[in-house]
Design a protein around this ligand. Structure first.
Ligand SMILES: NC(=O)c1ccc[n+]([C@@H]2O[C@H](COP(=O)([O-])OP(=O)(O)OC[C@H]3O[C@@H](n4cnc5c(N)ncnc54)[C@H](OP(=O)(O)O)[C@@H]3O)[C@@H](O)[C@H]2O)c1
Length: 248
């Protein structure tokens, strides 16, 4: 296989599990230098780093709560010091479904932290760099399609995060940085979907009625393609699964 990201420095938030961990490993296989961010699961992040290194790649784990501006700054400085540059920022980490989360937490992580991180990263990125934001169809199409009640605050805040990032396009474009959004249907095998299935099985059944859900590996692969492939315009959206959402 020809590696498509040889020597490129990529920071992925929330790389310690699920889609983030799989994407980090696929990025490592493409030759990228991968900074695997986690919030508290250091051992899981270290295991992702080891998997990349065992495959011949280079990676490091960086603990940082992305809702903490000082932690963001320290993480970005660490990436640039260790890898010499920051070429790609993958905004994967997301939250709001945690039990006992403060009412404003979903907006804090899914909107405010994403914008703060994109802006702080842009300060350190060169022309030709890219920011990739991951979202779900239920968030991307929020307000246009029904959302399970359990997921409503997450969907609203992730849509607000996407809108706020799109509002940054002029600022990013002036620095030669492109924004790409990757939106996926429910992804089979993720903890979020497993939890939703327990709390509201009909919501998951409503999606599987349209066909099988994309896998974590398929979604991660679409994210890697979204990092590599040229885009027609800033803010381009890549859709993964859920073709029925696109029939307007
Ligand atoms: N799940 C789906 O069906 C689906 C569908 C479409 C799109 N997506 C999108 O794909 C992305 C990943 O989803 P997922 O289901 O794989 O997520 P997940 O299983 O909930 O993983 C969350 C990751 O984010 C990290 N994280 C959480 N809060 C953080 C914080 N404050 N600071 C830094 N890291 C934090 C976690 O780190 P720790 O483990 O250290 O806490 C973990 O690595 C999200 O943007 C989501 O919207 C998901």
């Amino acid at each position: 296989m020809t590696q498509r990201l040889v020597g490129k420095s990529v920071l992925i938030t929330g790389g310690s599990r699920g889609i983030g961990a799989e994407t980090a490993e696929q990025l490592g296989a493409e030759g990228a230098l991968v900074a695997v961010n986690y919030r508290e699961k250091k051992r899981r992040a270290d295991a992702v780093v080891r998997a990349i290194e065992d495959d011949g790649g280079r990676a490091l784990a960086i603990g940082a709560d992305i809702t903490d501006p000082a932690a963001i700054d320290a993480m970005l400085s660490c990436v640039v010091t260790e890898f010499g540059a920051l070429d790609v920022l993958v905004l994967n980490a997301s939250g709001g479904l945690e039990l006992g989360a403060e009412p404003g937490y979903a907006m804090a992580i899914n909107r405010d932290a994403q914008v703060a991180l994109a802006r702080a990263a842009a300060e350190r990125m060169s022309r030709g760099s890219r920011v990739v934001f991951l979202t779900s169809h239920q968030a991307h199409f929020h307000g246009r399609r029904p959302v399970p009640a359990e997921y409503e605050p997450v969907a609203a805040s992730k849509r607000a995060g996407e809108d706020a990032l799109r509002a940054l396009i002029p600022e990013l474009s002036s620095r030669g940085i492109e924004l790409v959004v990757v939106s996926g249907d429910m992804i089979e095998g993720t903890i979020v979907v497993t939890l939703l299935e327990r709390r509201n099985p009909d919501a998951v059944a409503a999606r599987t009625a349209h066909g099988s859900l994309p896998t974590i590996a398929e979604f991660a692969s679409a994210v890697v393609d979204a990092i590599v492939e040229p885009i027609a315009e800033a803010g381009h959206t890549v859709y993964v699964g859920g073709a029925d959402y696109l029939d307007e």
